[in-house]
Design a protein around this ligand. Structure first.
Ligand SMILES: [Zn+2]
Length: 421
């Protein structure tokens, strides 16, 4: 909507400027267009894309209406208020046992989330459009709509084969993560179950089935996502993939070390594929948490019976409301990582990988959110901090959408070529 309004107002300006030029023949013939470095103005001009927003299985039901003001960090009013134009809405399933029953249970969860995200776009067709390509996204924004891409976090629900990859591509999934918490049938994770430290390696990288998975994603035109994968798995994916790869939501260990984050070698390897590292606004990956805050959060999680690694999005509504209220109080008393910490990670990734290989992800409703960018309505704060550090609007355009959309186009073109289309 904002972009559309801007185009209308620019269109309205042109005759005025032409008239002014006629009326004042002595004026410079090609005065530069009026510009502003006001963050609000620049932010409103930018097409902002966030590559990781989690959803609950009941999204777009009476109990969880994304068109209203929800307790979620991302819903349609908050996206509009914060100028967050596009999001990858995530088909995430917690990993259970590596057996038929485990795969089937996870498959049901991602089917439910898929149905819910589609339901959201059907419920609000004049507000948000499902996109599969960069062109779809740009067309939706030109019509004043928000954009919903689909990403799958963890390929675990695919089971012991890769036959379903092309089906998910046909249903609009544009990236797929190899692993999540815990090693799986495709490769090793950066963590153990529930986000615990990684147990000893099982595959020491991609398994043979994981290699097949990367090939299947290349062929389907799905971006290979290495966030949550162990470094060994991620580096294997770099060497196996015929197309650029992405980290859909990761921080960098060059600023604050965490096994789940990307080190400089990984950043350079992603850039070498032509890919992109989407830096995640997940507080505990960005900066050390004070012991006081850690204790307060642990006590709260225990109070609402939220196991380690589980998302607050899995809570029943009453518990979720209590959790949100208590967490807001903790955030006020004991602030967590801030937008400044977050942009430290972006700065480092840009310095190591280059301006063409860095993007942004919130992980809203999946544990993301930081002091100053607590939900989608505060998205302008990120643009403001980047501007304050000297990024140009052209560079912000790359970080906020251009890099990721370039990779998506390349991956989809490579897929068509591999399929002989
Ligand atoms: Zn994640």
């Amino acid at each position: 909507m904002r972009t559309y309004e801007r185009r209308l107002s620019l269109a309205g300006l042109i005759p005025v400027l032409a008239l002014a030029a006629c009326a004042a023949p002595g004026a410079a013939p090609s005065a530069p267009a009026p510009s502003s470095d006001d963050p609000a103005v620049v932010h409103a001009r930018l097409f902002t894309l966030d590559t990781h927003i989690d959803v609950e299985e009941n999204i777009a039901t009476a109990a969880n209406d994304p068109g209203g003001f929800t307790t979620n960090q991302a819903d349609l009013p908050k996206m509009r208020a914060g100028g967050l134009d596009a999001g990858f809405f995530i088909l995430y399933s917690a990993q259970g046992p590596l057996d038929a029953a485990g795969y089937a249970a996870a498959r049901q969860v991602v089917e439910n989330k898929y149905a819910g995200i589609v339901r959201m776009t059907r419920a609000y067709p004049d507000q948000i459009a499902l996109a599969r390509t960069a062109a779809d996204a740009r067309a939706a924004v030109a019509q004043g709509k928000l954009v919903a891409f689909l990403g799958m976090e963890n390929a675990y629900p695919l089971g012991e084969g890769v036959e379903d990859v092309s089906m998910w591509a046909a249903r609009g999934v544009t990236y797929m993560g190899i692993a999540h918490f815990g090693h799986n049938q495709f490769g090793d994770s950066a963590n153990g179950p529930g986000g615990t430290p990684a147990p000893p390696p099982v595959h020491d990288g991609l398994s043979p089935l994981g290699v097949e998975l990367v090939h299947a994603m290349n062929r389907a035109g799905i971006m290979v996502d290495v966030s949550h994968s162990a470094k060994s798995t991620m580096m294997d994916a770099v060497s196996v993939s015929d197309a650029p790869i992405i980290a859909s939501h990761s921080a960098v260990s060059g600023v604050y070390d965490n096994p789940r984050s990307l080190d400089d070698e990984q950043l350079r390897a992603i850039a070498a594929t032509g890919g992109v590292a989407q830096i995640v606004a997940y507080a505990s990956y960005l900066a050390p948490e004070t012991p006081e805050r850690a204790a307060a959060v642990a006590a709260l999680r225990e109070e609402v019976h939220l196991p380690a690694g589980a998302s607050p999005a899995t809570l029943y509504p009453e518990s979720a409301a209590l959790y949100a209220a208590r967490m807001a109080d903790i955030d006020r008393r004991l602030p967590r990582a801030s937008v400044s910490d977050f942009v430290d990670h972006i700065d480092h990734a840009v310095a190591v990988a280059g301006i063409d290989h860095v993007g942004i992800a919130s992980d809203f409703d999946g544990g993301g959110g930081i002091d100053g960018w607590r939900d989608a309505s505060e998205t302008e704060a990120v643009t403001a901090e980047l501007l304050r550090r000297g990024y140009t609007e052209e560079q912000l355009d790359k970080i906020w959408n251009g890099n990721l959309l370039r990779v998506l186009e390349e991956v989809q073109a490579e897929g068509r070529e591999l399929r002989g289309e």
